[in-house]
Design a protein around this ligand. Structure first.
Ligand code: 5RP
Ligand code: FE2
Length: 221
């Protein structure tokens, strides 16, 4: 069985109690904290920045996975690295120089990755596989939590899995958007190993019950 990781998105957490929320979700079994950064420019929503990342950093030992939905990309990367991010991903069409942005993330000591919207072509991967630590496939259009999983993402996950296997490199394959107990196994069978889930976890009273349920599905996938 591959190493599967569950990454709750704090987009659906109670922001008034964020420290407690991240501690609770890690105690419930989260492997990663997924941190959605939206700028009201690249996507039509506005969320949280490096100050909030810095504020939650002392509350958890697990990696913080910063999903940048911002344009431009580069200016904010060093700030997130200083704020304690471990993984930083961005959307290739939001960067003027993809290779430079990936290198900037790595130079700042973080794992680097590209994010693909449902309609973003995978050719952006062609010349940067050697600079990638993670690929994130969006299974919703970015900007909001609580949307429904777009099934066409499964084929894209499978295509990326093939490319990763061909590269022979150790690259995480993350899926983000509409992941629930009911569909996590399908995403795993397509080739994903890291699963972002916001509303499915933070929308429920018992985080451990949801994460345990997801792990049971993954074990059987
Ligand atoms: O990047 C995102 C939206 O742009 C979020 O990570 C994602 O939507 C998670 O929320 P949910 O699991 O509720 O779909
Ligand atoms: Fe996200």
């Amino acid at each position: 069985m591959p190493t599967y990781r569950i990454a709750p998105s704090i987009l659906s957490a109670d922001f008034a109690r964020l420290g407690e929320e991240v501690r609770n979700v890690v105690a419930a079994g989260a492997d990663i904290i997924h941190f959605d950064v939206m700028d009201n420019h690249y996507v039509p929503n506005l969320t949280i920045g490096p100050l909030v990342c810095e504020a939650i950093r002392p509350h958890v030992q697990v990696p913080i996975d910063v999903h940048l939905m911002v344009k431009p990309v580069d200016r904010i990367i060093p700030d997130f690295a200083k704020a304690g991010a471990n993984i930083i991903t961005f959307h290739p069409e939001a960067s003027e120089h993809i290779d430079r942005s990936l290198q900037l993330i790595r130079d700042n000591g973080c794992k680097a990755g590209l994010v693909f919207n449902p309609a973003t072509p995978l050719h952006y991967l062609d010349h940067v596989m050697d600079k990638l630590d993670i690929v994130l496939i969006m299974s919703v259009n970015p900007g909001f939590g609580g949307q429904s999983f777009i099934p066409q993402a499964l084929k894209k996950i499978a295509d990326v899995r093939r490319r990763i296997d061909e590269s022979g490199r150790d690259i995480m394959l993350e899926v983000d958007g509409g992941i629930k107990i009911e569909n996590i196994a399908e995403a795993a069978r397509a080739g994903a190993d890291t699963f972002v889930a916001g509303s499915a976890i933070f929308g429920k009273p018992d985080y451990k019950a949801v994460i345990d349920g997801m792990r049971r599905e993954l074990a059987a996938a």
